[in-house]
Design a protein around this ligand. Structure first.
Ligand code: GDP
Ligand code: MG
Length: 163
């Protein structure tokens, strides 16, 4: 079976954007406002010497402002059950949020590799700021910008290292 790589994280950090970027086309709905409910989306990604199934878990569960925790909780459950590798996605512009810490803690004692990806590092300054996320206690930490198309190769390398 093809290993599954699951993207988890708070609403609006860019899970669907990252998914589409890695897949190379627009599959998952990118929404500037949190709250769009949709099914889980998966695509096979193939390189010369790897292949994995990438999953955007962002649409699992009911998404509304008062049920954020429940939604993220479902993503994590799915990732824990099905994934080989988990991408914990965060947003450098928001900084480390309480829900990021919750998600990080939930993933801490499972025996699956977690890659911490800090998105929206659109500028060199924000790239540097990504190191704040070491607080979450995961490595590797990969700063990326989906918008600026930064560090896709580094991220793919971190993923394929764990397959
Ligand atoms: P999701 O809720 O985690 O799936 O987040 P989305 O992929 O829907 O993205 C939420 C918002 O963040 C959208 O407005 C995206 O265009 C924006 N976004 C995604 N990646 C980046 C990035 O690298 N830089 C910036 N500035 N915005 C981004
Ligand atoms: Mg999404």
């Amino acid at each position: 079976a093809v290993p599954i790589v699951a993207i988890v994280g708070r609403p609006n950090v860019g899970k669907s954007s990252l998914f589409n970027w890695l897949v190379g086309r627009r599959v998952s709905i990118v929404d500037p406002t949190a709250g769009v409910t949709r099914d889980r989306i998966s695509e096979i990604i193939e390189g010369e010497d790897y292949s994995f199934e990438l999953t955007d878990t962002g649409g699992i569960g009911i998404v509304d402002e008062h049920k954020l925790e429940a939604d993220v909780s479902k993503q994590i459950q799915t990732a824990i059950e099905e994934a080989t590798v988990i991408i914990l996605l965060t947003d450098v512009r928001d900084g480390v949020m309480p829900l990021d810490l919750d998600v990080a803690d939930r993933l801490r004692n499972i025996s699956k590799p977690v890659i911490l990806v800090v998105n929206k590092c659109d500028t060199p300054e924000l790239m540097l700021q990504a190191s704040d996320f070491h607080r979450l206690g995961y490595s590797p930490l990969i700063p990326v910008s989906v918008l600026q198309r930064k560090n896709k190769d580094k991220l793919l390398e971190a993923i394929t290292d764990q397959l």
